[in-house]
Design a protein around this ligand. Sequence first.
Ligand code: GLU
Length: 444
Amino acid sequence: MRQQLAHVLEQVLRRNPGEQEFHQAVVEVFDSLEPVLRKNPQYVDAAVLERLCEPERQLIFRVPWVDDAGTVHTNRGFRVEYNSALGPYKGGLRFHPSVYLGIVKFLGFEQVFKNALTGMPIGGGKGGSDFDPRGRSQGEVMRFCQSFMTELYRHLGEHTDVPAGDIGVGGREIGYLFGQYKRITNRYESGVLTGKGLTWGGSLVRTEATGYGTVLFAERMLQTRGTSFDGRRVVVSGSGNVAQYAIQKAQQLGGHVVACSDSTGYVLDERGIDLDLLQQTREVERLPVSIYAERRGATFVPGRRVWEVGAQVALPCATQNELDEDSAAALVRSGVIAVAEGANMPTTPSAVALLRDAGVLFGPGKAANAGGVATSALEMQQNASRDSWSFEYTEERLAGIMHSIHDRCLATADEYEAPGNYVVGANIAGFTKVADAMLALGVV
Ligand code: GLU
């Protein structure tokens, strides 16, 4: 079985040269799969692994647009429709200058297993562009989104492929994308995108869902050790959508959140982060966290990673590979009990190993941050029935989903003799769900 995994991995590396993040995501899943393949030779016979590593469809397209000064720009757009064994392709769009095919593929690959873990009928996909929304006017962002959708619309549909947001894509961008889709297709097809505004088909709790879900997952992990967020020192990285609502839920559960960050540095605010001020600064005015620190009279530390301040609970909610071995060692020295990933693959493999060896509870992103996409599936349900649910009911559904993902990870880890290992549990539970569906659907 080890040979089989090595063979498929060799093929993945050869076929996808230079896509480091994608390779990392595949290796991380493969590391858990040997006992599964031993127990289920039918997966090997049907080449499930080979098929799973090859996206069903990969789209790359030109996105031309004109800025406010009349200059023409040419960005690159992507959509990787990764796997549709469980439902329509589902996953966000990322607008960030670092986006290239390898990033989209890593995110799509993760999304397949994450979506399977939610228990909802959704396949996996991901997309985006190397467009940098920072410093762009409203009009420029709108024209970019319209151009992006003018190409992508032909591949989407509520039963085909349903994008949402990710880094650089929030409610504003989803609005422009939906408007253009509606105009081109002449259909008010609410279920074609999620993360919509509340007056035009969006779901309550979707905005909060990723951050809330991460904290609910972490709370459940803490409960296994007979403890909770109450009175704990919490550090969050990032200050975007996921970070903001992770901070809010952690505070609601009694956590003391003392730091957050952006790409310029971090804020240390020993009185506890003031979420209203953070949202006004980051979300409404789109200013860096240094301005929050200035307004709040807190400390801003430029160019350094937030983990050095130490915490009992650490929530990486920014981006991939932002928590490395040195950061993990600093967290362990400060007495960290739990780390839950709000972002996708924020912890490097060596940092994960270090945390696990130190006995720290570690919730991998494909389980811990699945609340966002799970609530997107709830938004699709509401769209399909032309209904809208209350905040309380939707949040209850989200909490139920997070608890069941947590419990399934633990039960699967136990079944495969890796008690308490959420990485193994998430990878195996996600994989077997998709693999069984792929077997049932034949060689397609
Ligand atoms: N981008 C989010 C994720 O990484 C959400 C995707 C969605 O709601 O479709 O899961």
